[in-house]
Structure formats: structure tokens, C-alpha cells
Design a protein around this ligand. Structure first.
Ligand code: MN
Length: 262
């Protein structure tokens, strides 16, 4: 498998920054700072609205608008995937980015959450376009404000190390920072995707007209499975790095079915 590797020094790179929390999200500012500490050539193309939970969706039935917010900073009235497509195939077509950073998401993207995440999806799109792509998320506890310093202070080093190492085509890097102050971070851990079942409960309420409404996705089981998972590392105060492959084929089942259905 060919490797994704930078062909120039990091400080000469053009960096595309995007997210799923939207153009005004505090985490986007954190990621811009991280990016600008690596290279001066930073372009931000992010959704107008919060697109958390949009996964890898793209806008097929509506026109998209690209709004220049300020120099090298744009908003798109679409999904994170739309943002990466417009940035790479239109805005920066003549001089494409060297790599993509997505985040820093408000909240972790671990275990099955990676399949819902627009933050991860933007990195998926970058990967499909042949660019090294890193998703960054800041774990938070809802009882206090996000500790962005964890991502802000350790982010540049993590990105630098990953890009220097390189990784195969078709793979993205999923980085999660623990809910800890920068100085309390325990270090880096390479992890696998964990499992955390979303509770089957759907929260029901009544609107002011007495009609029922439903709220999904809020309730999680608290378990933190062991065994080198993203969940375990972040719970223990480590920065988790999980390589994620876009090819979702389960090779063991494929082999088993070839025998079973022969
Ligand atoms: Mn989000």
C-alpha cells in the first residue's frame, strides 16, 4: 500500500483546516492556532452551522454557497464533506493543501461514535482525495468547560510526529485529547477503536402544544472497555491515536462466507 507522506518541509506546507462544529466554534480557533504553529499557509473552510452527527453526508440536492469570512477563512452552508470538496476541488484547485486537519471537535470521537462524526468524515474525505488527514477531538466532561489547553498545547507535537511517520493511503488518523489540563496529560497511546453501546433509550418529552418529541443520542453506557482502546487511553489521561481504515470490509467474514456459500 503506497504511503501518505509530505514531500516538503512542514513549514512550507499548505494546511486545510475544517470541522463539524461550525465556523464559529471555539475548537476551530484552537485548531487554527495549532495549524499556524506548523505553517503560515493555513486555509479554513468550515460549515456555517453545527454539523455534528452529519457523518460523511454530502449535499446533492441543493446549491452550496462559499462565503469569505476573512482572509483565507471561508464558510460553506453544507456539511464537513462539502467543505473539503469545495476547498480541494474549487477554492485551492490550483495549489491544493498538503494535508487536512479536522476539529478540534467539542467532545471525543471514539468507539462507534466515529461512524456518526462529521469531524472524522472530513478527514475521510481528505483521505479519499489522497491527502494525509487527521481528525482531532477534545474529550469533555459536561460538568465543566472544555479543557482546550490539552489539544492546544499537545496538538502541534502530535501532528508533527504523525506526519513525519506517515501512514498508508486509505487510512486517516483519529486523535482524541483527554479531559485534562495540558500539564496533566499522561502522554501518547496508539489505540484501537473501542466499543461503547449507545443506550437504546430514546428520551421523550412534550412540547408546549402537548405533542411528544424525542431526543436521541444523549444516553451512553458508562463502560470503558480495556485492552488498548481509545476509550481506555483517554479515560486514563492519555492522548489517543487510532488509525482508521476507510475500507470497512471484514476480511474474516468474507473468507468464512466464501467457504459457507461455495
Ligand atoms: Mn462536532
Amino acid at each position: 500500500m503506497p504511503m501518505l507522506k509530505l514531500d516538503k518541509p512542514l513549514n512550507k506546507c499548505r494546511i486545510l483546516v475544517t470541522n463539524d462544529d461550525g465556523i464559529n466554534a471555539p475548537g476551530l480557533k484552537v485548531l487554527e492556532k495549532i495549524a499556524k504553529s506548523l505553517s503560515k499557509d493555513v486555509w479554513v473552510v468550515a460549515p456555517e452551522q453545527n454539523q455534528s452527527g452529519s457523518a460523511h453526508s454530502l449535499t446533492l440536492r441543493n446549491p452550496l454557497r462559499l462565503r469569505e469570512v476573512s482572509k483565507q477563512r471561508y464558510a460553506v452552508d453544507g456539511t464537513p464533506t462539502d467543505c473539503v470538496l469545495l476547498a480541494v476541488n474549487h477554492l485551492l484547485k490550483d495549489s491544493p493543501p498538503d494535508f487536512v486537519l479536522s476539529g478540534v471537535n467539542r467532545g471525543a470521537n471514539m468507539a462507534e461514535d466515529v461512524t456518526y462524526s462529521g469531524t472524522i468524515a472530513a478527514a475521510m474525505e481528505g483521505t479519499l482525495l489522497g491527502l494525509p488527514s487527521i481528525a482531532l477531538s477534545q474529550a469533555i466532561a459536561w460538568k465543566h468547560a472544555p479543557r482546550w489547553s490539552s489539544a492546544e498545547e499537545h496538538g502541534p507535537d502530535v501532528v508533527r510526529k504523525l506526519l513525519a511517520a506517515g501512514w498508508p493511503e486509505g487510512v486517516l488518523m483519529n486523535v482524541n485529547f483527554p479531559d485534562a489540563g495540558a500539564k496533566s496529560v499522561q502522554g501518547l497511546k496508539l489505540t484501537r477503536q473501542g466499543q461503547r453501546k449507545i443506550s437504546s433509550a430514546v428520551q421523550e418529552g412534550k412540547d408546549p402544544y402537548g405533542q411528544p418529541y424525542f431526543w436521541v443520542g444523549l444516553i451512553r453506557t458508562k463502560e470503558t472497555p480495556k485492552g488498548g482502546t481509545d476509550l481506555e487511553a483517554v479515560a486514563d489521561g492519555f492522548i489517543s491515536i487510532t488509525p482508521i481504515r476507510l475500507d470497512l470490509t471484514d476480511k474474516a467474514t468474507l473468507t468464512a462466507l466464501k467457504t459457507a456459500l461455495a
